[in-house]
Design a binder for this molecule. Structure first.
Ligand SMILES: Nc1ncnc2c1ncn2[C@@H]1O[C@H](COP(=O)(O)OP(=O)(O)OP(=O)(O)O)[C@@H](O)[C@H]1O
Length: 516
């Protein structure tokens, strides 16, 4: 069994990390080399200082570290990891002369990718950079027209138009935020989509992305961006035949530890609140002279202002405990996590039969089409829905303003899952609460699981028994209605009705395999 305090990382470079806690939040005017245009853009986002993780990464990239090493960040949920990589990348690219794809950010889900794209969009245009996404939000044709263009004729004003027509199309964005599946679609099918000039690769939610192969996106990207010595020596030589051809020397100059050799490379930043330490997983990333930036003594840390609570209740009374708790929370923004798509669907259906509950809720899982999910998420962000009933798979990294409570309706199986669930609240230094409903026999396992994280104090919480008793009559009616609904859905499935809850999906557990 893992004993977090005594655990020593297998990889030597992980054993002496940079401690993020040594950095204080720093006002923007004290951040050296920050482009004034970016300062202004940050100001518009109401960002007045850099958080510790952002400063730590800045110093390793734009500061003295000079991007000489690949960067691995293990920092709590809500600590500001997105801007920690977005800002140095945008600053680095702010002096680029010609537009082509220089930075690729890969995330596991579409909603997360769109969220990250928004952050880049808030700062990149200030220095003339363009941001695109490859996430499958629109049709592939629409995505291609947003990402690819013919080279601008003004760049080659002396060209014969006929010759110009033969020039290959090019990527029209500097920064691309992508999910692995759509990225692979463009790599394999989109004419003119090229990673040839890529300088930065960000793998956000690294442990999640490395868990699945996603059509071998990582080896493909690494292969397409790897430079051999031959490439290096042919740079700038007669091998460049087309007038529009650019050659990117990804890193010029002397690197420490490389004995004066010019070493072009793709700079990588990988991040998570629960960064893997598994050498076999990390080796897939082919990291260059990596440096680990982490906070805390233990491998995992919960946000400073998170309060954890446990509620012990009998199995059959769990829905009542939940309703009673939600009633007490009086319409505050909450995410309720269950262990599977089936459980999410059942719980939302059951709640819908409770009639008059003082909060608006919605289901959010893979059972629904993306368009439905996006609508739900928008309503949740805007406050039209106060309670989201969700599965783990959908919510890692999600940043929704004003979530003050997370409820684990089903106990998470792994501490990593607890961290990512709880981390939807208490973000950016704000307070938040995480409640876990437990059956008696789960308490011991839950307590020992929490021991693996820092800031793990967990207080016992109860809900008034009179509230539970008051809900019993409506509960028994709701259970009957749920039974009828389940039967009718099963019948519709059997006779090929259009209901979305297919036999296959009904048995699908959204297991998150956070057990490493
Ligand atoms: N310097 C800053 N000042 C104020 N707010 C900030 C700053 N940096 C980030 N934030 C806000 O903090 C919140 C959390 O940031 P972000 O989503 O990047 O966290 P994260 O570390 O990636 O979390 P997770 O691990 O859950 O993905 C966001 O709402 C973001 O706008």
């Amino acid at each position: 069994m893992e004993v977090a305090q005594k655990r020593v990382a297998h990889l030597p470079w992980m054993r002496n990390p940079v401690d993020i806690d040594q950095f204080e939040q720093r006002p923007l005017h004290g951040v050296s080399c920050l482009d004034p245009r970016l300062k202004e853009a940050l100001g518009k986002m109401q960002i007045e200082s850099l958080f510790p993780v952002q400063l730590a990464v800045w110093l390793e990239t734009i500061g003295p570290g000079g991007f000489e090493r690949d960067i691995c960040v293990n920092s709590p949920t809500g600590s500001g990891k997105t801007l920690a990589y977005a800002l140095p990348i945008v600053q680095s690219l702010s002096t680029r002369k010609i537009r082509c794809l220089r930075a690729l950010v890969v995330l596991p889900t579409r909603d997360l990718a769109l969220q990250v794209k928004e952050v880049f969009e808030a700062i990149a245009p200030a220095v003339g950079l363009s941001v695109g996404s490859a996430v499958g939000q629109s049709s592939i044709a629409d995505e291609i027209s947003a990402l690819i263009k013919r080279p601008r004729s003004e760049r080659y004003s002396s060209l014969d138009p006929e010759y110009e027509a033969q020039i290959e199309p090019e990527t029209s964005v500097d920064i691309l935020v992508a999910t692995p599946g759509r990225l692979m679609d463009h790599i394999t099918m989109t004419k003119g989509f090229s990673l040839e000039h890529l300088r930065f690769l960000v793998v956000d939610e690294t442990d999640r992305l490395l868990r699945e192969a996603y059509q071998s996106w990582l080896p493909t990207v690494l292969q397409l961006t790897s430079s051999t010595d031959q490439d290096l020596f042919s740079c700038g030589s007669s091998t460049i035949s087309m007038p529009h051809s650019l050659t990117t020397i990804r890193r010029t100059g002397v690197e420490r530890g490389f004995k004066g050799r010019c070493y072009p490379r793709l700079m990588k930043i990988i991040l998570s609140a629960t960064l893997t330490q598994d050498p076999s997983k990390l080796s897939q990333l082919e990291l260059h002279h990596p440096i680990l930036l982490t906070s805390g003594m233990k491998r995992y840390r919960l946000p400073e202002k998170l309060q954890s609570f446990k509620l012990i209740c009998k199995s059959k009374l769990k829905p009542l405990c939940l309703v009673a708790l939600l009633e007490e929370l009086k319409g505050e923004k909450c995410i309720v996590f269950t262990s599977s798509v089936e459980s999410t669907h059942r719980l939302s259906t059951l709640l819908s039969f409770f009639g008059d509950v003082p909060f608006k809720f919605s289901e959010y899982s893979r059972l629904q089409r993306q368009s439905v999910r996006s609508k739900t998420l928008k309503a949740f962000r805007e406050g039209a829905i106060q309670v989201l009933i969700a599965t783990d798979a959908m919510t890692r990294g999600m940043d929704v303003e004003g979530i003050t409570n997370v409820i684990n309706y089903d106990m998470p199986s792994y501490v990593k899952t607890y961290i990512h669930r709880a981390g939807r609240t208490a973000r950016a230094g704000l307070s938040g609460s995480c409640f876990t409903l437990l059956r008696k026999h789960e308490v011991k396992r839950f307590d020992s699981m929490l021991q693996k994280a820092e800031n793990n104090t967990c207080t016992l919480r109860t809900v008034p028994s009179q509230t539970i008793n008051g809900l019993l009559p409506v509960y028994s009616i709701a259970l009957e209605k749920l039974q009828e609904k389940v039967e009718s859905e099963a019948a519709r499935r059997k006779y090929g009705g259009g209901f979305k809850f297919t036999a296959k999906s009904s048995s699908r557990k959204e297991v998150t395999h956070e057990g490493e």
